[in-house]
Each structure stands twice: as structure tokens, then as C-alpha cells.
Design a protein around this ligand. Sequence first.
Ligand SMILES: Cc1ncc(COP(=O)(O)O)c(C=O)c1O
Length: 480
Amino acid sequence: MESDDFRKYGHEVVEWIARYFESVEQYPVKSRLTPGAVKNALPPIPPSGSESFDLFLKDFDEIIMPSITHWQSPNFFAYFPANSSPPSVLAEMLTAALGAQCMIWETSPAAAELEERMMEWLRDMAGLPSSFEGVIQDSASSATLVALITARERVTRYRSNMEGLSGMGRMRVYASKQAHSSVEKGAGVAGIGRENLVRIGVRDDYSIDPAALRKAIEEDISAGFIPCCVVATLGTTGTTAVDSLRAVGEICREKNIWLHVDGALAGTALLLPEMRWMADGIEYVDSIVFNPHKWMFTNFDCSAYFVRDAASLIHTFEILPEYLQTRTRGKVNDYRDWGIPLGRRFRALKLWAVIRSYGVDRLQAMIREHIRLAKMLAELIESEKNFTLMAPVPLSTVCFRYKPEGMSDAAANRLNEKINHTLNDTGRIYLTHTKLEGIYVLRMVTAQTNVSEKHVLQAWEMIRECASALSAEDGAVDID
Ligand SMILES: Cc1ncc(COP(=O)(O)O)c(C=O)c1O
């Protein structure tokens, strides 16, 4: 593509993005297409000659767009958000244009030093201890894997990297029953073994039960296992339960176990002084991850991983082939030594753009508003007949179900599942579910970049109407 064409199409694409942001609410939130529709619309072989970019843009509109789920819609209440924002997108365009591969300081000093400074900004914005050092990882799953591997190395005195795991004893990882599946995946990938993840029971608020954690660790030690890492969660995926870092941390300190904190969504709420109660006990924490790509308006991927002792992280991951020997080694941060991949994208740029464009005050105001909306929705649910709030609402996630009087749990499960699918099929809102002790629970997250009170109230109205229409339709059959 020649420079003039690039300029022409560049303007068109930016115009397209601006229109998209303005009109994203008009699209069906959840794509309604059937499996195979997109693949079948694509030719089985690539073009041998050059095609015009107009054709590419046309197919993008006609083939791709109908099959996109619109995560940037303010009517997206599903999962946890993957928020974007205009400044983030603009910075990402610059990152793509530079195409810098930021594996070591010398391959782009600006990227390494901006990353270092951004991690300091984020650390201070979240009120984390000043001894923590940070690095951007691609995802919370990767960051948790990195934490597990570092914990594994520390407990084996950095021998398992060299000698392998055989003869190292059977290590254990602990996390609550509500912890994210990435912990189990990480335990498997780190060679500790999925079966060596001990799932600890939870209290009524779905946070980890510290007494059960202590008991499990002590029984394991007596049985000859080696406790390696505890993963506490700030904001579990199901209900955003908050594990007590103090209670868990005291046990970890006493038993000399690495404490990693998965704050994938909720870590961003630490920007709010009034939410810092979640970090009580942070002095016991060895590492923590949270995702600006979830709740801090920075498009995927951007996961902030902080460690208390960066030396242990580097000791675990550094490896030095001849071609990566540099004269600056030891004087600068070579972030390839702070995680798994060698190649690294210039992710700090979009974080810089977001933090500067919004400013800390506005970021705080938006996160605060999201939490207010969740609490408002929780109140509406509590005051509505036949609806029940199913978990506390400390953050921006609301778990609830509809169950008319006399209906069995099994019938309510079926009804709520039907409500979920019916609502999502309208294309007007998108919410997802979880299961709590076998109960099907609707789950609504009010943390999308542009969500407002109007959107939450509209969604709530739809949920109420849908629930009563469906239960009137087949309630008599379903009450068993
Ligand atoms: C608590 C928690 N941890 C980890 C993850 C995984 O995040 P990522 O997609 O960044 O790996 C999620 C995803 O929603 C999550 O909710």
C-alpha cells in the first residue's frame, strides 16, 4: 500500500471507528449468527494477487461485523468487561505503526522506560506498597502462571528450572473454590499438577475460609506435601467475593508460602480510597495482578503484574543467549526476563494515553459510578417480589435469580436459564450466569466504559418483564 492510499484508508478507518463508538448501542450486543457462518463466507484459499483495500473494508462490514459481539456496548453486562476507550485505541494504532518488538531495553528504550514509569504510576494509583515493581503481562492467566512458577522456584531453591520436577517432592497450591480456572490451568502448566491445587471452602460471602485454609496446609505438611503458593482473589469471577489478604497472609507468612493475589477485575477498584479495605494485609503479599484491560478502559491486552521481590522473578525467568547480551544489562529493565515470552508488544503506550486523557480523578469517578450502579440495581432487586439477591455486592457485579413462591430450585434453575437466553437473544442486552451451590444465578456486571443509569434501568425493566412473561407462560408446568 502506497503512502497516499494509506492516508486515504487511514482516514476512512478512523471515521469508521468514530462512527462505531457513537453507534455501538444500535448493534445486537451478542452476535446471533450460527456456527460456521463466517468461515463459510470466506474463500478456502487466499488470493494469489493483490486485492483492493476497499474490498477488505466491504467484507469487514458485511462478513465480520454481523458476527461480532459488542463488548463496547453499554448494554454489555456479561462476564467481566474488556473495556476500550478512544485514547486507548489511538495509542494502539501508534503501537501498531511503530511495530516495535520490546523484548529488551535496547530494542526500544522508550518502551521499557515508559513501562517502568507506568507501573510506578499504577502502583501508586492503587495504593500498593512502594517496594512493589511491576511489569505488563498479556493476561491475568499468564501473570498467575508466572507467580506459580516463581513460587515453585523459590520453594525448590531455584533447582526445578534446571533439574526438572522429579525428586522435588509433591508441591501444593491453595485457592478457594471460587477462584478462577486460570489457577488450576497454571498449576498444571507449571508442572505442579492440577490435582495438587487444593480447593478451599468458602464462607457465606463466598470468600475463602481462612480456618479451612490453615487446616488444609497443616494436614498437607504432616502428610509430606510441600506448600508452594496460595492464590487469594480480590473479586472472584462468580460473585466478586473478596478474600481476606490479612487472614490468608498471616498463614502464608507463618508457613513461608508465596501469596499471589488475583485481582483481575477488582484490582482497578483499588484506585478508590474507599475500596482500599480490600488491600488490608497487602504487606503479606508477594505478587498481585490486575487487568487495566478489564476495568480501566485500556483495550485488551494489558495486565499489570506487581512483585515485592523482582529479583526472585528475574532469577526464575532470565536466560541469556549470546545474541541478547547487551552493554546495558543490569543497568536497565529487560522485561523479557520478567515473564514467559521473549517478544513483547509496546503495551505501556495505551496505558499512558488512557491515564493522561482521563486523569486519575475521572478514572476514579467512572469506577465509583459503576459501583454505585451495581448497588442501585441490587436495591431494586431486593425490593422486587420473587427476585432474590444471591450474593453480596461489594463491587460492580450483581448476582440474582427469579423464583416465584412455591417453585422448586430445579424449576427455578430452568426458568432463570430460559430468562438468560431469551434476553440475550433479543440482542438488546447481554448478561451471563454462574452457579452457586447448584443454583443457576443471573449475573449482571455494571462496569462497561459507557454504561449509565439509563442502561441499567432499561436492562432491569427488560429482566422483570421477561421473567414474569416466561413464568406466566410455563410456570404451571415448571412448579414441581
Ligand atoms: C478473577 C479472574 N482471574 C483471572 C481471569 C482471567 O483473566 P485473563 O483473561 O486476563 O487471563 C478472570 C477472567 O475474567 C477472572 O475473572
